[in-house]
Structures are given as structure tokens and as C-alpha cells.
Design a protein. Sequence first.
Length: 189
Amino acid sequence: MHDSMIQRYYDAFNGRRFADAAALFADDADVQLMPGEPAVGGAGYVKFAEAWIRAFPNATFAVQRIQPRSETMAEVYLLATGTHCGAFDFGVYRFKESGADAVLHLRELLDIQDGRITVSVLTVDMNDLVSQLTRVDYDELARRINRIRVLGDELAQAGGDATRQRHVANRLGIEVDAARRLLRPHFNR
């Protein structure tokens, strides 16, 4: 099918020759490499590639297998590796630098017509991404949970005193929000 072109595409990324990879895209190509951020053509690809290497300066994409889906479409199974050294904005998620040596399984659907990429859609195992790039401060989380327990007891003791209940509930909300941010830091922008 287009195996040699597909391999050149990833070799260009690995060699940081983004202009070479961008030249493989049709001008009006539908590029969906970042969730919620559709782009067009080679410029859309370059935007993705630059964001990826800002987060993973030593990133590489290794082709594991190419699965033809039609005469023009192929699914490419990739192993992406790299050290997470910078903020990674991936759609609604923001992963702060973790220092993790990430090994991520990706799948890119490519539609290639007349020697040019006309569609590129990347999918990532989000559970894998979150588990590898998120760092939880468990000591701080334990402190927040203890405060939540204490405030839960205070709320129970407040009985029918609406003013006191509201005051405790406001403090409880702050602690619950803080605990959630500790557990899900990738949602904090």
C-alpha cells in the first residue's frame, strides 16, 4: 500500500524534519491530532509536532504495525516514547512536567490519496496517558482527606443550625475541590 511513505512520515518526525512531514499532507487535509483541536494540512501537523516535542523533547514514534483498512486508508499502531519535560496540552487536559519516561500506545488513522495524506486522526489510550503523566501528592491528599473527615463531623454536629451548616459546607467545598485537584491535576488549566 503506502508503507514506505508512512515510514518516511514517522522518520521525519523522529528526525525533527517537520517541514518534510508537513509536505506529505494535502493542503486541505483533515488533521485531528489533538482532541478538540481540528487543524488543516501540513500547518496543522506542524502545530501538533511542535507541541509534542515541547512536552517530550526526546520523543520518538516507532511503527509497530500498519493495518490496511481500504485502498487508501491505513491504521498505524505506534509506540511513542519520551521523557515528559514540559507542559503537555492535550485537548482539555494539561499535564505538567512529570519527568516520567513515558511509553504510550497510539493509533493513527491515515487516508492517503494521490501520494498525499488527506486525513490524519490520532487516538491515544487516555488511561495510559493519565497514569503515566500524572503525579499525585499523596501526603497532601491524606491531609485534605483528614480535614474533610473533621469537617464532616462538624457538619453532623451543626444539626439544624443553618448558618453553621452553611459555614461548614463552604469550608468543606474548599477541601473537596483541593482534594479533587490533587487527584486529577491534568484537568487543572
